[in-house]
Design a protein around this ligand. Structure first.
Ligand code: PNS
Length: 183
């Protein structure tokens, strides 16, 4: 049984991620997509939302499951009894970081090998960061994310923008009140 783990942030899942998942699932008997619950970053979507989105977009692939994890990717691989860790390589710019990560992981755990998939050319420029950037300016992200994800990204960005402008309005009116009290 060849079990593999594909770890990442997936905030949100992109067409590039999905392409890697489909190809890795063809190679492995079982593929577990691991969603990192990273407390240091402020993600657009909670880890539960990211797991659910990934479950939605991989529902058609029978040997794929999705789980959240904390801590080291290799520890998650060990917990899942997986001997392969999957990553995608989009461009040379990814290579240095990915190489360092693969070497670190290898030195931490000899029982886990990193397997790189070269990203399909049509998706080579897509990242979760680019998706959020384009969506935040109202650009079309339909080519970048699976169809089930598109509207969730717009809705979350809109909600965030509204929340931010409410905070700004509140602090502006507080400042006006404070200024009035001082006069
Ligand atoms: O999708 P991302 O954000 O490029 O994924 C990066 C991820 C989650 C694979 C990487 O940050 C990771 O493995 N984090 C867990 C901590 C860890 O194992 N670090 C050691 C490798 S340097």
């Amino acid at each position: 049984m060849k079990r593999a783990v594909y770890p990442g942030s997936f905030d949100p899942v992109t067409q590039g991620h999905l392409d890697i998942i489909e190809r890795a699932a063809n190679l492995a008997d079982e593929l577990i997509v691991g969603v990192l619950n990273n407390n240091e970053k402020t993600p657009l979507f909670s880890v539960e939302e990211r797991v659910n989105m990934l479950k939605d977009v991989t529902a058609h692939i029978s040997n794929v499951s999705v789980e959240a994890f904390n801590g080291l990717s290799v520890e998650f691989c060990k917990k899942c009894d997986a001997s392969f860790l999957v990553r995608g390589l989009r461009a040379v710019t990814d290579f240095e970081y990915e190489l360092q990560m693969a070497q670190t992981n290898r030195s931490l755990e000899k029982g886990v090998d990193t397997l790189f998939f070269v990203t399909e050319l049509n998706y080579a420029y897509i990242s979760s960061t680019i998706v959020k950037e384009v969506a935040s300016y109202g650009g079309d992200i339909s080519g970048f994310v699976p169809p089930q994800i598109k509207d969730r990204v717009y809705a979350r960005i809109e909600a965030r923008t509204e929340a931010k402008s409410e905070v700004r309005t509140e602090s502006k009116s507080e400042a006006v009140c404070a200024a009035k009290e001082m006069t």
